[in-house]
Design a protein around this ligand. Structure first.
Ligand code: DGJ
Length: 661
């Protein structure tokens, strides 16, 4: 809801309020971000920090908008033009006092989230240069303490949650890689210093952008905290020609008065309601860990038969099905079935998979090319390259310049053709290298063209689901989530290590998007031996897949796996549609109406870790029946005393299904 006062705008979500006030010099400022307010209360608030700090005047903090006019003058002096309210969308139209530059600040209330973005228009005849164009700045009210939460990591170790005191300095989270990154993720939370999962105030922001990005948190000499964020990293510039505009990506914010758990609930609801659809995420079999580059039609058919017998719903053939791709050194870019491996094309495999009752999906990596490929030989000029500079290969591949429309048209053409000619309902869209040798003008249009191709494919093929992947979770963000169905969370499928990865992922992103496979033991990356049940219990807390070499699984393992897949299908509506509560690092609870699903893990066999698991958000007067044992529990006791953790040392996990009687 949006209420308008005199130079004052109040945006209200169901539980929070956000007030914008024009300062005396027309600077748009944040007067309030926190608990819900009435317009009358908001009228008493003074102006605060700028909504989009600019260079100029006595502002010495981070400037989210940095601009140079033709005469080398910089900065903006604000002038208010007007505003427009359309439903839940507010636009404050601003301009520079002297130069022909318009800046529209957009706000949209979506559930508990407020989306913000900025449009900058050069309305003059001379070009201007942008050095930085953030989406928005967010300002926090004064509190006695502040902590910063975010994730960092690496390939195979994504989404590691970090929580530290907020330095009295500028803290920069950024990616200079052209994708959002394994090492960081474009969101952060700041709390009042001692928030927990259930209590305390938490302010959180997330950028919907899948390329390079930068978010700076500033704690200044007066202990005021602000966060400015947007696309691109430092050092990039771009020209805005006469009459041209730039729209920034959405930088959304959520205020939670109910701790980090409350923040996650709000982000999950936002993503599920406004970014994702309700389609069931099928149980996937993916061939990568089982077969890597050594694939054949017969072997894929044999895997498909085993997968179908387990209850798998979607069979996905990963890398190495096309061109001369028999290793990572060749073939990328040649998107036709490898004639030695699939002499009759893809049709025989797809038909068989369909006869087995499964849908069919394929791996693609449209943005990359191996120099040893037909595509590169035909179009060496299509790759990202800079004159007088060496080309950097990563995983023996170069990047195609997707900022060029002819390259994007080629990619859309073969993808559309592939999906049109075959019964394909799922694409795993991978991207296995960062940008190098990219000119300033490439970084943003490249990502926009990736978005445009995916958006167009989905519009043309409404049945098509897409999984976003970049060597695991290297491009998982709200921008990608808004146009895909799920994320390949990490190449690390070791269930014990996966718990921390999933814990970090769940801070912002919902379980139904968290691709999680059960693979072999010992694990291919870590060598760890784990029971099949434990591997399943970790993967069943997201969007379950199976990625092991089923041809080597014993009849007992296949039988146990089939039973677990069946059990997963029963709990899937609760896991994917319910409220997610993290019960420490080693447990998670999902609640949907009267149904509750609880996973408890103990990833090491160390003595200890026996504390009971206290559940959250139940009806204290309700009685809950354990669906497997029939035992009855009082809601009040489940929340105050918890469930015992009955884990013997050789069974490292437990799954409880409870239902209110
Ligand atoms: C990286 C992905 O994360 C893997 O799952 C797999 O698809 C490989 N690429 C294939 O090259």
């Amino acid at each position: 809801m949006i209420a308008v006062g005199d130079g004052l705008w109040l945006l209200s979500t169901p539980t929070s309020g956000y007030a914008v006030r024009l300062a005396g010099d027309a600077t748009p400022t944040c007067a309030h971000w926190g608990p819900a307010l009435t317009l009358d209360q908001a009228r008493d608030l003074p102006a605060g920090r700028p909504e989009l700090p600019v260079e100029g005047g006595a502002w010495f903090g981070v400037a989210g908008l940095q601009i140079r006019y033709g005469d080398a003058v910089r900065g903006v002096e604000w002038r208010h033009l007007d505003h427009a309210v359309e439903g839940d969308h507010l636009v404050l139209r601003m301009a520079d006092r002297h130069y022909p530059l318009e800046i529209s600040l957009h706000y949209r209330v979506r559930g508990e989230a407020i989306e913000r973005w900025t449009t900058v228009t050069n309305s003059g005849a001379e070009p201007v240069t942008l050095l930085r164009c953030d989406s928005a700045a967010w300002s926090l009210p004064h509190r006695d303490g502040y902590r910063l939460s975010h994730v960092s990591g690496d390939w195979g170790r994504e989404f590691q949650l970090r929580r530290t005191g907020l330095a009295a300095a500028e803290t920069v989270l950024t990616s200079r890689r052209g994708h959002s990154g394994h090492h960081a993720n474009p969101w952060l939370m700041v709390d009042d210093g001692d928030a927990t999962e259930e209590h305390g105030e938490v302010w959180s922001v997330a950028l919907a952008w899948s390329g390079s990005w930068r978010i700076t948190v500033e704690r200044d000499q007066h202990d005021r905290v602000g966060v400015s964020g947007g696309f691109g990293h430092e050092g990039l510039t771009w020209r805005l020609g006469a009459g041209e505009s730039v729209d920034t990506p959405v930088f959304a914010g959520v205020y939670s008065p109910a701790g980090f758990g409350g923040a996650s609930h709000r982000w999950h609801d936002y993503a599920r309601t406004f970014l994702l659809d309700d389609r069931i995420r099928p149980v996937v079999f993916n061939s990568w860990e089982a077969t890597e580059f050594d694939i054949s039609q017969e072997q894929q058919l044999a895997l498909a038969e085993r997968a179908a017998a387990l209850g798998v719903e979607l069979f996905v053939m990963d890398d190495a099905w096309f061109g001369g791709r028999t290793s990572d050194r060749a073939g990328l870019g040649d998107w036709w079935p490898n004639p030695d491996r699939f002499p009759g094309g893809l049709a025989p495999l797809i038909e068989h998979v369909r006869e087995l009752g499964m849908a069919f999906g394929l791996w693609v990596e449209p943005e990359s090319v191996n120099p040893d490929s037909e595509l590169y030989r035909a179009h060496p000029e299509w790759v990202l390259r800079q004159p007088n500079r060496r080309s950097t290969e990563v995983r023996n591949q170069l990047l195609l310049d997707f900022s060029r429309d002819e390259v994007a048209a080629w990619a859309h053409g073969w993808l559309d053709d592939l999906v049109r000619r075959h019964d394909i309902s799922f694409l795993k869209w991978d991207m296995n290298r960062p940008f190098t040798e990219a000119g300033d003008e490439v970084w943003v249009p490249f990502v926009r063209n990736v978005y445009a191709i995916i958006d167009r494919l989905r519009a043309e093929h409404p049945q098509l689901a897409i999984e976003g992947c970049a060597s695991g979770g290297g491009r998982a963000d709200l921008g990608m989530l808004a146009r895909t169905d799920q994320t390949w969370t990490s190449d690390n499928t070791d269930a014990a290590q996966r718990i921390a990865i999933q814990h970090g992922y769940s801070q912002l992103y919902p379980a139904r998007t968290m691709g999680a496979w059960v693979t072999d033991s010992p694990n291919a990356i870590t060598g760890r031996l784990t029971p099949l049940r434990f591997r399943f219990h970790v993967a069943m807390s997201g969007a379950l897949g199976v990625g092991g070499d089923l041809l080597r699984w014993t009849p007992q393992e296949l039988e146990e796996a089939a039973a677990l897949v069946e059990q997963y299908k029963r709990i899937r509506p609760v896991v994917h549609g319910g409220r997610l509560d993290r019960l420490g690092l080693w447990g998670v609870q999902y609640t949907l109406g009267d149904e509750v699903v609880v996973f408890v893990w103990r990833p090491t066999t160390l003595v200890g870790g026996d504390a009971p698991v206290r559940l959250r958000g139940l009806d204290p007067d309700g009685v809950y029946r354990d669906e497997d044992t029939g035992v009855l529990h009082h809601g009040a006791l489940l929340m105050s005393h918890g469930l015992p953790r009955p884990l013997p040392f050789d069974a490292l996990s437990d799954l409880r299904r409870l239902k209110r009687c």
